[in-house]
Design a binder for this molecule. Structure first.
Ligand code: NAP
Length: 247
């Protein structure tokens, strides 16, 4: 699963799953551009990649802004010798509430980052991939986009939308040797899930056949696989990384 010589771009790479994916791709030989809304955190990720002997660049990018994602893609393309091979759309947020109490702002914020952000970054990057006739787009969706979850109508809709977009983009760009797949994590230990009360957490673990929450590295390994030549005949698919919580 070596990806030596490939150039990757990972969004939301300042912490959690995105950071783990960025470091994993670098450890298998890729140069990795990392972006996040939090510049200090993502700069730290870039420093760690450079210490591994790979090239990296950190950028503060809000994925909800299409003009900014265009600038991001152009900057990566120029910095890394006119190439950009792997895009990981990972940036995401939650704003949970039962639908009767969910504010319109909470709906808009989640759809904007999780769904429009994937659209913006994909649109900005895919033109470079189709021209070079090689590309891997990997969207980080969620188990919640497949099965729903009370209190997450906005998040579930955004992630189900990402899955629909994944299949559509896969069909549009397959002829140019660009694949597009999604990874659907279950419950992964990150800042996003840290806020869960202990009792709820124990109940959650009791429902997971493999008996534990996942770690960011579990998601990173599936992403690496999809980015590698080992997955060259796989497109439009959703790989679940959930310990068997949803089958
Ligand atoms: P996280 O720890 O909160 O990391 C997400 C990163 O994205 C944060 O650094 C965040 O910055 C950044 N971000 C937020 N809005 C952004 C924007 N507009 N533009 C650029 N960057 C932005 O979350 P995570 O748990 O690693 O989740 C990563 C992805 O996996 C998300 O798409 C999430 O939906 C998905 N996922 C997570 C789980 C889980 O259990 N953790 C399960 C299924 C799917 P701020 O912290 O400043 O907002």
């Amino acid at each position: 699963m070596q990806i030596t010589g490939k150039v990757a771009l990972v969004t939301g790479a300042g912490q959690g799953i995105g950071k783990s994916i960025a470091l994993k791709l670098a450890s298998y030989g890729a140069d990795v551009a990392v972006v996040d809304i939090d510049y200090d955190r993502v700069t730290q990720t870039a420093v760690e990649i450079q210490k591994m002997g790979r090239r990296s660049m950190a950028m503060k990018v809000d994925v909800t802004k299409g003009d900014k994602t265009d600038e991001m893609a152009e900057a990566v393309f120029k910095e890394f010798d006119d190439s950009i091979h792997i895009l990981v759309n990972n940036a995401g947020i939650t704003r949970d509430a039962l639908i009767m109490r969910m504010k319109e702002d909470d709906w808009d914020a989640v759809i904007n980052v999780n769904l429009k952000g994937v659209f913006n970054c994909t649109k900005s990057v895919v033109k470079y991939m189709t021209k070079q006739r090689w590309g891997r787009i990997i969207n980080i969706a969620s188990i919640v986009g497949l099965m729903g979850n009370a209190g997450q109508a906005n998040y579930a809709a955004s992630k189900a939308g990402v899955i629909g977009m994944t299949k559509t983009v896969a069909r549009e760009v397959a002829g140019r040797n660009v694949t597009c797949n999604a990874v659907a994590p279950g419950f992964i230990e990150t800042a996003m899930t840290d806020a869960m009360p202990e009792k709820r957490r124990d109940e959650m673990i009791a429902g997971i056949p493999l008996g534990r929450l996942g770690g960011p590295d579990d998601v990173a390994k599936a992403t690496l696989f999809l980015a590698s030549n080992a997955a060259s005949y796989i497109t439009g698919q959703v790989i679940s990384v959930n310990g068997g919580l949803y089958m």
